[in-house]
Design a protein around this ligand. Sequence first.
Ligand code: RIB
Length: 332
Amino acid sequence: MKATIRDVAKLAGVSVATVSRVMNQNGYVNSETEQKVNRAMKQLQYVPNQMARGLAGKRTKTIALILPDISNPFFPGLARGVEDIAQNNGYTVILCNSDDLGVKERSYIEVLKKKYVDGIIFATNNLVQEDLERLEEAQIPFVMLDRAPDMKSGCVITVNNFGGAKAAVEHLLDAGCKKIAHIYGPKELVTARERLEGYEEVARKQPWYTPTLLVPGDFTIDGGVKAVEALLRNHPDVDGIFAGNDLMAVGALKALNRRGISVPGEVAVCGFDGVNLTEITQPELTTIAQPIYQIGELAAKKLIERIDQSSSHYETVELGVSLIVRDSTQKS
Ligand code: RIB
């Protein structure tokens, strides 16, 4: 049976706390006692429990990544960026899917505290100031990315959603569109709200603008399909669609193709995210690309900095996005 820290203490004739101090090199132990403990550990072939190291303030060299839903192609690229930096710095990553549910996010955080993770990266729309303060009290550094509660805590990494949405609508206007609709994501998400605001910033100046050109989606393909079906009932003459993420843009393509409506000939379509799926649709999708992998890399770098420096200062970083023009908006 595997030796425990108590077996080592008994054989060395010292307390468990003394064995822990020798193991974690924190607190005074005279050299004779240290030698007795080391001999006992060797004789019993004792392997310290990484989690116990966590308890004594040492690192477990693990970080956690809590994302809404890894089956959305936006998040795997981001997770890969996190993992590559973590692995290069000797960290293991624990991945958790929260389904955008606060109860799951809080439950994961409690479990991860017990596993003594060294830090947490998460995209959350549900945690409140009290949740973040409890993380700080537990001295667990954290970085929030993509979407974050509007609170002055930790490090927050976002992209220019508003500017990207404006660029999408301006591109559709330049492509010759005379009436442009917007399929927006869940309004409880700041990313969806900021893209909607960017659309309105440009669209409301146009003579054709009416709020009924705003249709709700849920950041899924099926949400895009349903949104276009509702849109065409009210606005059969729409000739441009800006979707708040690429999955809804793919759904829009699907709904238009079902009705025999040509893209981009009759309706031009632009998405947001820049996931690989946009390169294999027919036609290939124009989109506003986020630096997905780089968001993950930067989040991991920022978290490891905070772990090393035991820092928890508030910091925000907004990354740029870029218009990727493909066939789905080439009307002429
Ligand atoms: O497609 C998922 C969406 O959720 C992305 O646009 C990302 O920004 C997140 O908000």
